[in-house]
Design a protein around this ligand. Sequence first.
Ligand code: DGJ
Length: 733
Amino acid sequence: MITYNEKQRTFKLDTPNTSYVIGIVDEEGFIGHAYYGRRLEDADVSYLMRTDEPPFVPSRNNRERCSFYDCFPFEYPTGGVGDYRESCISIRTKGGHTGAMLSYVSHEIFDGKPKLEGLPATFGDEGECTTLRLVCEDAIVGMRVELLYTAFNDTDVITRSVRVTNTGKEHFYLTKVYSACLDMDNQDFDMVTLHGSWARERCIQRKTLGFGIQNVSSFRGESSHQDHPFLALVSKNANQESGEIYAMNFVYSGNFRAQAEVSQFDYVRMSMGIHPENFCWKLESGESFQSPEVVMVYTDKGFDAMTSSFHRLYRKHLIRGEYKDRKRPILINNWEATYFNFDTDKLLPIAREASKLGIEMLVMDDGWFGKRSSDDCSLGDWKVNEDKIKGGLKHLVDEVNKLGMKFGIWFEPEMISPDSDLYRAHPDWAIAIPNRTATQSRQQYVLDLSRNEVADYVYEAVASVLRSANIEYVKWDMNRQLSDIGSFGLPADRQGELYHRYVLAVYGLQERLTSEFPHLLLENCSGGGARFDAGMLYYSPQIWCSDDTDAIERLKIQEGTALIYPLSTMGAHISDCPNHAIGRNTPFETRGIVALAGTFGYELDVTKIPQEDREMIPQQVAMYHKFNDLVREGDYYRIASYSQNKSFDCWQIVSGDKAKSLVTFVQVLNRPNFKSRRILLKGLDPDKRYTVSFENNKDIEEKVYSGDTLMKAGILMPNPWGDFKAWLIYLEA
Ligand code: DGJ
């Protein structure tokens, strides 16, 4: 619901529990941010912009125009004329000047949500959301800026994006264009972000917000292992169940910056957008630039509520395609089973054994093409290596299909090995700076997808393999980050467009792929989880979470990922021990219970694992089938975090009708002489009575308690004997 009050010149955007108020101020039409928070009945909160306090608006006190600029809460701040906080948009005109200031021109309010040209974005039909398009301009530059806001009716989310058009006669350069900004009073905020590394993605970090600028960012060409396009400012007392949270998440897979700046007046400017480093977009007269979308969530009910808003939005209004609301086939991937050392004779026995155990799809990972037997060659040469895949790909796929299994395949379409036929034919197709030897990473370069002929080659290479056999799943990998930013296809004054054009091209390729192959299950991946972001979720309903498949390391990784993203999106597999990333031994049962909280699959040689592990697989498969609807669609609650308590992890999923719930408890290190732990459950119906059963220990007697008791008094979790042990508890009303 969005309304405009003409008398007060205010816009009020409402979601079920939040309101957002924008005001137009002064004769010059400054667009100010008045309020974001708990839902308001009264829209007249324009006093919060403090225009009645000195230094006053310029029409009343032009002598202090600069002071006004520097403290006014702008909806979309420009720079260069007196606001010394960091701006959201920077330009350079033909004359080399950078200052700009935006004034209100017009607006429209309409039901539904428009698509963003060439970009992934959340969607909703006319009954589900309302959009405000606020048009403003800098008449001197000749720049029109459209601020797009959508308020959703079924979840507490407001999305924002920006479209900039050159309405003048001369070209100008956009050197920065963020997508969203919140100018607010600092409420003694903490800052919550997700940081990581390869095999350690998305660990939650919380710290005090201080004066000055604090940010997280990536200019690696992808959202990255290291930082994540997510930022939350949270009140000091915020915990899982209570406290205020302002969160932003970027629907974008390239360079980003997520920033909070605390000014001299203890105001906070929170912003998010494409990282300005190496960004410079030329806008000719009449041309436009569309920024990616930021998803904003506000709640005063803590992290569980924030998570629930993101999960609902992404499940319903971002993920598309046939598998959106469907169970995914249980897959077995041969990467950790064989690495590059495989052929048909190794794959088929794995498939045969897997099919007997109830596994539903074989995925052939890296190494099936060109002459690739290690990671030093052949990327770009997407021709099946028939020395390994004897009898050809179709033969292998048919044999796997005969077992009643689906077949999936791995690609790394964006890359080119220096040792490849493709590179020998087209050395200029790699991203590189002329006369400088480009930096290799994993002995490969990145293809310059900003060139149409390169993107077309890549598309045909992938599509022709998919057309050649009954392939029902693709793992789209990306194993290095961008460097040496230079395109042999772009003119000098457009080199600063390469990073963003690259991301647009990846989106374009995946859009084409999912259109031509609508039944395909696409899983994105980037050296583990370096491109696990909302942008990629628009194309693939699941993303490989991390190359660290150790069940204990996964507790942290899956906790951080699930802070924003639904469990249905998290690629999670059971692998062999000692774990290949960390060398740890954990019980096979625990590995299964942790993987159940994601898409679920296997990453091991099922013909070689211990017999007792193999025997457990049919039970794990049965559990997946029993619980996956609940895991995919239910509401997720964090009960305890091993990262915080250093002892155990616990989470819960509750079905929408509150009739079913699944609780996972993982003990990390046991302690001697310790009794059971009391765990308070969440999200249940207080008036329903639930049967509580320990799914992986039927010796523990089933009990029946009311939801009220389970949430207030809790259940007693027996102390498991040994380290790395887990309980899976099922509740049914
Ligand atoms: C990185 C992925 O995360 C792995 O699962 C595997 O596919 C390798 N790349 C293959 O090179």
